[in-house]
Design a protein around this ligand. Sequence first.
Ligand code: B3K
Ligand code: ZN
Length: 897
Amino acid sequence: MRTQQGTPILRSAYQPLAYGVESVELDFVLDPTATQVTSRLRCVRHPDAAAGPIVLYGEALERVSLTVDGMAPAPGQLRDTASGLEIDVVGDVVNLEIVTRIDPAANTTLSGLYQSRGGFFTQCEAEGFRRITYFPDRPDVMARFTVRLEADKATCPVLLSNGNLLETGELPGGRHFARWEDPFPKPSYLFALVAADLQALERRVTTMSGREVLLQVWVEARDLDRVEHAMNSLVHSMRWDEEVFGLELDLDRFMIVAVSDFNMGAMENKGLNIFNTKYVLANPETGTDLDFENVESVVAHEYFHNWTGNRVTCRDWFQLTLKEGLTVFRDQQFTADMMARAAESPAAAASARAVTRIANVRVLRNGQFPEDAGPMAHPIRPDSYQEINNFYTATVYQKGAEVIRMIHTLLGREGFRNGMDLYFSYHDGQAVTCDDFVQCMAEANGADLDQFMRWYAQAGTPRVKASGEYDAATGSYTLTLSQHTPATPGQPDKLPLHIPVMLGLIGPDGRDLPLRLEGETRVGETGRLLHLRSDSQRWRFIGLGAEPVPSVLRGFSAPVILELDESDERLAFRMAHDSDPFNRWDAAQRYMERVILDLAAASADGRTMDVPQAFGHAFRALLIDESLDPAFVAEALSLPSEPYLLERMAPADPEPLRAALIHLMRELGQAMQADFLSRYLDLEVDGDYRYHPSDAGRRALRNLCLRYLMAWGGATAVELAVRQFEFAGNMTDRYGALAALVQSDSPRRAEALAAFHDRYRDDALVLDKWFALQAGAWRWSDAAPQTLDQVRTLMDHPAFSLGNPNKVYALLGGYFRANPGEFHRADGLGYAFWADQVVILDRANPQVASRMARALEGWRKFTPAIQDGIRAALERVAGSAGLSPDVSEVVGKALKG
Ligand code: B3K
Ligand code: ZN
């Protein structure tokens, strides 16, 4: 059952249920097409809730039987509702026994219990448990679970569920069973079971209190040579959480299971994390540096949920950022610490931290800023939704993490830790709200976070405008900061936020100046945290002998768009001198953005595109500076992403933008071919592959040089790329070479693609890279094949399947989301193809369809001609029969604007 289409669920309507569940015994007789689930619930009346029936949610279930305290329900006692069942009862404690039958093989939604490659897997967040059995499937109902599962032993030799294993045994007919018990009460969304043919890499480790625990990473036998890194990541995560937050693993056993068919990255089920294979498997031959990094951070993220999410969970789904924003922040801090720890020197450690921060901000700007500017814009704690699965968003996750980071910045490391300690001391074992969290942070620090709470309530990316005035006569510099958050759907008016702005002032020699505000007796540090709370505020710095250059929002201290009117010269100066590596990178990105948007305007008007010389100089200075960390240089010289640039373009026009990007890379590649070449040759990493930030940084810059060389297009570039492709000792280099060759129009392009395919034809995850690369390819010359034709052809490839989310994300996502220059082709054929695919996908898997549908939500930023084409496609999808609430919410909001 679904909610009525178009009827939103409101945060303000929260009510506890009249009956919760104290304990539940589940018994699964697993069968591909007819799995029988017996559920025994001990329901208990909620002491504070209004009187009412027992409310059970259920979806796609066949009800076999139901008893209330051992008896068949009296006539009228049991009611079927739109979302499940209601049972009228009188006692404070009521025992229900419910038998249902489900069809895992037919479950293409990958929510609830489903099959993948012959095994059984579950995914219950947010509302998948109701697709397994009738239950008060809400996060504020926390119950103790015991689970018995039985299955065919030959096809499913491994039987897993949450918590501790109590018993296993053989059954007649080639079947076997296992019983599991989870000692911690949990909401149903954290339930999991796995029955499949898997093998485990195991490790025993001792926790901070001296308990020995068993860690297992379960994968198919053929993948056992790719799990070492995930296991190491798990051990590192455990240690980090002990050291940084004093949080210890609370179970005797912790399991990770990899599955090939999975809607998202991974899931933090208590003691039994289930992962998309993409975020578990990595070895040098098949995984890039980025894959290694992703595995480490996703393993950490899910592990950290054990405390932030599982021990303390969400009262309702509107509070999702309570666990997600906080856990993303924790995994970001973990990654930064891991990178810094591996570095060879303090300077390298600082740079490694900055590179991690840059990567976080790129993700925010590319994914969250467009979301916040479109029809799906919502606060990190939304006020309403039609389908909760649509709200696992960049806003809830990434902006949510930025909000937690600001609290960390405001309170300091120790203050934040004290707040966390208080949070667990008050709320362990509870389902709580974002207010409860912020209240603990405030109470532990005697801080006032009332105004800060607006970050939870207001959607839209705030603009912070900075302007400065130097008065030579008094040696003072007045900085004015003002803020403005644009209107978003349903929120026309915004209030001023509490915005922490980290500031530095740079002297003419490029060094930071010690700061002294008017009224202060002493000169302070070179960095200052300013608290912007009103629409506009001023700060007057004194004792300055010359006009400083402001460096505002260092470290990206708040998730805002900084409007700073800087000349090209100032940008070049900060690119060369800003002591804050984040802002140094940002100066390079801003300068590049300015140049690209100018080129795009020229291209749109049919004028010649000229790359300013001064920009070339500033770019080259970074390229040839061997004292800089290569990872940092690679970030600084990478182009801003197209989704981000399209947000900055008014109106957005993907074709001239793409022309500008191609032109810029060509010009730079040609003008600096000798520099690119010499850096390319110098940066080669000797020895065996290791996943290490300094090696990864060298590979990243080297591959970037190769792409610039290829953009220029000389025969040498092709030769270098072919050689790198053929002799690569790891996937980062092989894939890097292939990505460069895909830019070329030489016959080597097709040869390399074919060779890559043949080498990895049986490797699903590597083939995903091959699909994505072709779907996302730019057309560097008119001779290059049309991307849409390529995508259509690749859909017929035997390894492609619309039923496998990774394949859809790689091929269709690679085209719809990662290739705006091709997708928005003038004839509108891209949109027609999009509409066809969204409708087809929606019949099988609404969550995946909805993600693809979201590719066009930002359509109103485009030129009128483009808008016409997109509107027609949106209307076609909106008008198709039997649309899921997921896709209907997305296209409905897109059309409504
Ligand atoms: N909590 C899960 C996401 C569940 C998504 C449901 N549609 C993964 C995570 O954030 O850790
Ligand atoms: Zn999470």
